[in-house]
Design a protein around this ligand. Structure first.
Ligand code: NAP
Ligand code: MG
Length: 488
């Protein structure tokens, strides 16, 4: 069975068709649940990026001139095809990422389709402006596509991160060259074929699997690419800015990491409900989530009751298992290397004096997969590395506070500023705290950061200009042009 999968070869997707890499290079995508190869994939290089830029530039001439209502039709069809291929795409997503198939089926793939449709439907509802000039002039402010958009995305939500970028970029008339994370190219390669089937012109959506250091760097430095949209680590975000600075000053959109606090205040309501949501916010997608609620700031009065409940959930509902089983909520981590990184943070936490309540170990080792038991650390202080650094795994750091002021100060004492969650029944403290937090999204009594109607982006080291989702995403992928006419 494994041999059959591994014999499947997936090319890059350039100019509307699958292609081997110019240099003939390839690599194997591995299933993190058993360490076995899933498919062989073209490993692109600089020449492939150059070819994709030529194709995307030609396609931009065509796609930007397609009337918005027609662009809408093509992209709505694209979203429908994704929905029609739900089972196949969900399976590809789970085989490459190890995420639970139930999440891939009910969230990753349907939400990718919904995202593309949301932006598609906006395509013919974006107006320009007429400036309030005197009678002798006409000042028009028009939006134009930026041109060729480069996108570099991570492995944690491969289809969804792609949809967040290609949705608004294509809807506003740009063409796209996207590099999936090298470990997770499969769902996106299939989606690109569906895009062509929906009527995207050849070259409008190109997918180039390969190494970040090579393909990512080539995208960031290419003079023919006008913008790079990135989701991933702060370290890579910094290098992309440097590449843009040294080359054509392309616009750089950065959606980076986080160390998001979940703040449980003095009047949190039903603690069982709060515990279930707190656990979901850190353990969903194995904690491999930029907005994971990895710090639990809890009022001293509720700490032991809440920690006990969350730990119990970690050991039951969130126990690791085969991601292809429908009831599994925790699959393997993405790779053996990442598992070691997460386990190393567990060692660091213990050395720093945090108390390990549950988890912190490698489990299900006989599967050959990279499983780590959902982990809770109590008696953490906010200066510890496990409270400051993004672990990107199922590790919760619990920190107690005595009053609201202390909670806000702990929450903001982080290099990151992506998201925060508040649990309270006190409306007045909600507004006070929401305004005081230096983060891009504040969620109240829910771990959800919202749907496509609201932007998602960070403050501080969580990046900027990475406002994927909502109509604000369209601003990111368009230029504003002024046309000033003398009519006096
Ligand atoms: P990463 O290194 O930032 O990778 C993200 C994307 O950037 C991947 O496509 C990667 O390609 C590419 N890349 C890597 N090095 C590059 C370079 N020098 N130039 C251009 N592109 C480059 O993130 P990661 O290694 O996957 O994970 C590391 C940490 O990043 C995580 O532990 C987590 O803290 C953070 N992270 C955050 C998010 C988020 O949603 N904000 C998502 C993923 C990771 P390759 O796949 O070839 O490396
Ligand atoms: Mg990396």
């Amino acid at each position: 069975m494994e041999t059959a999968w591994a014999s499947i070869f997936r090319g890059a997707f350039i100019e509307g068709e699958p292609r081997a890499a110019k240099a003939g290079t390839s690599y194997y995508v591995e299933n993190p649940a058993n360490g076995q190869p899933v498919a062989e994939v073209a490993e692109c290089g600089v020449e492939d990026v150059n070819d994709a830029v030529v194709a995307a530039t030609v396609a931009a001439g065509e796609w930007s001139q397609v009337p918005p209502a027609r662009r809408k039709d093509v992209l709505v069809r694209f979203s429908r095809l994704i929905e029609e291929h739900l089972e196949e795409l969900a399976l590809l997503e789970t085989l490459a990422t190890g995420k639970p198939i139930s999440d891939a089926r009910t969230s990753d793939i349907p939400e990718s389709a919904q995202c593309i449709r949301w932006h598609a439907e906006a395509a013919d509802k974006l107006y320009g402006e007429v400036a309030p000039t005197g009678p002798d002039s006409l000042g028009m402010i028009v939006r134009e596509p930026v041109g060729v958009v480069g996108a570099i995305i991570p492995w944690n939500y491969p289809a969804q991160m792609a949809a967040w970028k290609i949705g608004p970029a294509l809807a506003t008339g740009n063409t796209v060259i996207i590099k999936p994370a090298h470990m997770t190219p499969l769902s996106l390669l299939r989606m690109a074929e569906l895009g062509s089937e929906a009527g995207l012109p050849p070259g409008a959506l190109n997918v180039l699997p390969g190494r970040g250091e090579i393909v990512g760097t080539a995208i960031a430095r290419h003079p023919g690419i006008d913008l790079v949209a990135f989701t991933g680590s702060t370290a890579v975000g910094r290098t992309l800015l440097a590449h843009a600075g040294e080359t054509n000053l392309k616009r750089v959109l950065l959606e980076l990491g986080g160390k998001s606090p979940q703040i449980v205040l003095e009047e949190p309501g039903d603690l069982d409900m709060v515990a279930a949501r707190v656990a979901a916010a850190i353990f969903k997608n194995m904690g491999e989530n930029c907005s994971a609620g990895s710090r639990l700031l809890v009022h001293q009065r509720h700490k032991s009751a809440l920690v006990e409940r969350v730990a119990a959930l970690a050991e039951t509902d969130w126990a690791a298992g085969d991601p292809l089983v429908a009831t599994t909520r925790t699959g393997p981590l993405i790779s053996g290397g990442h598992k070691e990184r997460v386990l190393n943070y567990v060692r660091i936490g213990r050395q720093e004096g945090a108390r390990l309540i549950t988890g912190g170990t490698s489990v299900l080792e006989d599967t050959g997969g990279h499983f780590v038991a959902p982990t809770v650390f109590d008696t953490v202080t906010n200066n510890m590395r496990v409270a400051q650094e993004e672990i990107f795994g199922p590790v919760l750091a619990v920190i107690a506070f005595d009053n609201e002021r202390e909670a806000v100060s702990l929450a903001n004492d982080s290099p990151y500023g992506l998201a925060a969650t508040l649990y309270t029944e006190n409306v007045k403290s909600v507004l006070r705290i929401a305004r005081a937090l230096r983060v891009g999204t504040v969620s109240v009594n829910t771990p959800s950061t919202g749907d496509y109607t609201v932007p998602f982006g960070g403050y501080k080291l969580s990046g900027y200009g990475g406002h994927d989702k909502s109509a604000h995403a369209h601003d990111q992928y368009t230029e504003l042009k002024t046309i000033w006419i003398d009519v006096g």
